[in-house]
Design a protein around this ligand. Structure first.
Ligand SMILES: Nc1ncnc2c1ncn2[C@@H]1O[C@H](COP(=O)(O)OP(=O)(O)OP(=O)(O)O)[C@@H](O)[C@H]1O
Ligand SMILES: [Mg+2]
Length: 230
């Protein structure tokens, strides 16, 4: 097993909107080691979300290769890609993206419905994931009955319930106050340190970025040197 979980080789990404092609990446190279906690900062429109989407196999580069554990993911067909994603990737978003009519436990269970698991095993996994984010007591609450921080912890539980290798987080604390953000960042750090989850987190907040072991700055589709505190 290679030390590099991801290798991105000469990634190009072009969006064509109307008649105007927009080039987001023009030969990006990157390696991500298993167990890394990487933060990515950068101005709006620099391609942070696009990069996370490509790492998660929900978007494809126009050109170039994305290797995950030595396997090219961009050439997988939709069915195989969905299976790969379900096995390896958890997504966490700024606005939680929970289903409003489902309880916390049912939200967390959703990714498991893609797998062949008994109801008993699903329940066990959901309980373990909710316990890990300290929300066992809120399992039967709906999102509207939870605070922002609690909703984000449900989203984290949903992201980890299938025990993925990677957590892709797009501004996970962007909508939270400082104290709540700290709780979420401590949750992520624990998942990285104790459970060896590889974390790639996009953030606008230098304090959030400081929880990562590697801080990167993306500008105009390239990684540039930048003091994180700047
Ligand atoms: N589906 C799409 N079609 C056309 N253009 C797109 C599409 N998705 C993103 N873009 C463009 O690609 C560029 C990068 O977008 P992206 O969402 O990756 O930026 P970002 O760094 O995440 O910005 P923000 O900090 O505002 O979230 C933007 O100029 C955006 O308009
Ligand atoms: Mg974005």
């Amino acid at each position: 097993m290679s030390d590099n979980l991801y290798e991105l080789k000469d990634i190009h990404k072009l969006f064509v909107k109307g008649r105007e092609p927009v080039e987001i990446f023009d030969g990006l190279n990157m390696t991500i080691k298993r167990g890394d906690f990487i933060s990515i900062m950068g101005p709006s429109g620099s391609g942070k979300t696009t990069l996370l989407n490509m790492l998660g196999g929900v978007d494809k580069p126009t050109q170039g290769k994305i290797l995950f554990d030595g396997q090219e993911i961009q050439s997988l067909g939709e069915g195989k890609l969905a299976k790969w994603r379900a096995a390896h990737i958890g997504f966490i978003f700024q606005f939680y993206n929970l289903m409003p009519m489902l309880t916390a436990a049912k939200n967390v269970e959703l990714p498991l419905l893609l797998k062949k698991l008994s109801a008993k095993k699903r329940k066990e996994n959901v309980e373990a994931a909710l316990a890990l984010v300290g929300l066992s007591e809120r399992a039967k609450h709906r999102p509207s009955e939870l605070s922002g921080g609690q909703q984000q912890r449900v989203a984290i539980a949903r992201a980890i319930v299938s025990d993925p290798d990677v957590l892709l987080c797009d501004e996970p604390t962007g909508d939270l106050d400082r104290a709540t953000a700290t709780e979420i960042l401590e949750n992520l750090q624990q998942l990285n340190r104790e459970f060896n989850k590889t974390i790639i987190m996009v953030t606008h907040d230098p304090v959030a970025a400081s929880y990562a072991s590697t801080s990167l700055h993306l500008d105009k589709g390239e990684f540039v040197e930048r003091d994180v505190a700047a």
